[in-house]
Design a protein around this ligand. Sequence first.
Ligand SMILES: [Fe+2]
Length: 265
Amino acid sequence: MSVPALVDLHCHFVPGVDDGARDIDEAIAQLTEYDRQNIKTVVTTPHLAASASRGQWRDDIDAAFAELSAAAARVCPDIKLGLSFEFRLDDPDADLSDRRIGLGDGGRLLVEFPMLALPAYPDRMLEIVLASDWIPVLAHPERYSGVERAYGWIARWREMGALMCLNAGSLWGEHGGEAQRVARRMLADSSVDMIASDNHARPHRAATVRQAWDYLADSGCEEQATLLTAVNPTAVLAGDRLVAVPPCEPRSGWVDRLRRAFTGG
Ligand SMILES: [Fe+2]
């Protein structure tokens, strides 16, 4: 199997600005590993709460990103590094007028619901984003508490035009059983548009899109792996049309558990 150059659109590597990399060494360690894993385009996405996105919120993040970019250019020059944000929809009066917060230049914005819970009216939160002329890319839809029971929301969000971006680690249960089951169900009914890492440069939050690619490709889903971790994330950044991802049913959780029991992993 030949692994394409992979793209990660959701990770937390800007040092010292959120709950991701604590310093530049932690961020560079991850980027060096990404380079080794053939992840060549990385958009790092610090948390940005809608309720805190007015005034001079950006200067410290820009300065830390500039420092990271300079170090990355020396250590892993093959990686194309960009800055965007994971916009937390915690304010119905969110100001989304700053066009510099999007993923690339394509008019797409990475968003999340607050508290990893389904809001009372999640469609309205996404309508706010759409009304501001952004296409929302919903981060980790599989992780919001209660989404398994309210699975119909996912089809509704996609009908509205939102794109669904799974966390890599959800595939193998890093975020618990509900997230894993929902992720698998979404893959089986072609409801996933892309996979990103949500890597926080911490030992327990360091999944990569290469691991996701390997996981899917090993399960007979190589075509889907490439669409989800290379083709579609590239299209998101460019503002191009995404490719529909055929249904995919990777190996089940009990196979993983059996494997870990034998390997001690
Ligand atoms: Fe995140």
